[in-house]
Design a protein around this ligand. Structure first.
Ligand code: PRP
Ligand code: ZN
Length: 288
């Protein structure tokens, strides 16, 4: 049965590695620990095998069937441009791929880059963008520490990942153009056996229930009956909220699910509508 395992490439170390492992473990998959220098880890209760690789290599390995799927930043998928499919978007490790220039230099639009030297580890994405915008610039490919290139006179600008923006600030650079955005995605080989596709389906189902749970909270509150209609509008829940009468006349208890993104806005409205005793509880798994 070993060969039937779905092989998953994950980043060995870097911005995605911890969250990728967390997602797999929260999906109820127990992994073997193979010592410190682990290159492979096997699922104890689910037919998967994890391969720990450099993120730049993951698209190639998935295209070559060394791994069946991979968890990787979309930035690498775009840059490597290999024949793989995006099976799912995971919503973490969000970042931008942006052009940045020294803070004290005036920026007057894309024409700024004509004839300029731009340092990057993402030459493919940058070249495509410059071509599209008909900007003739020189791309200087370097593999790391791109952000120091302008200060040492190696380039006029950089094109790199921006997440919090602190790397730019500490190198006295400013983001002037967002070229594209990226997040963690699951990529898959295009010729998987139906057996492996089935394992992937099961895995994606679990992954969704974990991600949904993370994005939502369970909410309980007491509300005056007169405002119940308005509150139900605010909290549609998964189907519709559960409502139970309280011992105190004219009041009800309401249970529902609320999305993290709208959370504070909704809480403010709820208070306006007289809700009391609001409890908000994390959800461990959410099957929709
Ligand atoms: C990226 C990028 C910057 C930093 C930006 O490196 O090269 O150094 O993240 O993040 P910030 O806006 O939050 O400061 P990453 O950690 O992905 O390593 P790598 O590029 O060497 O793979
Ligand atoms: Zn990398």
């Amino acid at each position: 049965m070993k060969n039937g395992n779905l092989k998953i490439a994950v980043q060995k170390s870097g911005r995605l590695s911890e969250k990728s492992l967390e997602l797999i473990e929260e999906s109820g998959i127990k992994l073997t620990q193979e010592g410190k220098l682990k290159l492979i880890s096997v699922g104890q209760n689910f037919p998967v095998e994890l391969l720990f690789l450099r993120d730049d290599d993951i698209p190639q390995y998935v295209a070559d069937k060394v791994a069946d799927i991979g968890i990787v930043g979309e930035n690498e998928v775009m840059e490597q441009d290999k024949p793989v499919d995006i099976a799912d978007r995971l919503g973490f490790a969000k970042c931008r791929l942006s052009l940045a220039i020294p803070q004290d230099i005036k920026y007057n639009g894309l024409t700024f880059f004509i004839g300029k030297k731009i340092a990057t580890s993402y030459p493919v994405i940058l070249e495509k963008f410059l071509k599209e915008k008909k900007i003739n610039a020189e791309i200087h490919e370097i593999s790391g520490s791109v952000e120091i290139a302008p200060s040492i006179g190696l380039a006029d600008a950089i094109f790199d990942i921006v997440s919090s923006g602190s790397t730019l600030i500490s190198n006295r650079l400013k983001e002037v153009e967002i070229v594209t955005r990226s997040e963690a995605v699951i990529i898959s080989n295009r010729e998987m056996t139906s057996e492996k596709k089935q394992i992937l389906e099961k895995l994606l189902f679990r992954v969704h229930s974990v991600l949904n749970a993370k994005n939502n909270k369970y909410i309980l509150l007491n509300a005056p009956n007169g405002n119940l209609d308005k509150i139900i509008q605010l909290l549609p829940g998964m189907k519709s909220p559960t409502i139970m009468p309280l011992a105190e006349k004219g009041w009800s208890s309401l249970h529902s699910v609320v999305n993290e993104n709208d959370f504070w806005q909704i809480i403010e409205k709820l208070k306006e509508y007289g809700a009391q005793g609001i409890l908000v509880i994390p959800i461990e798994k959410m099957i929709v």
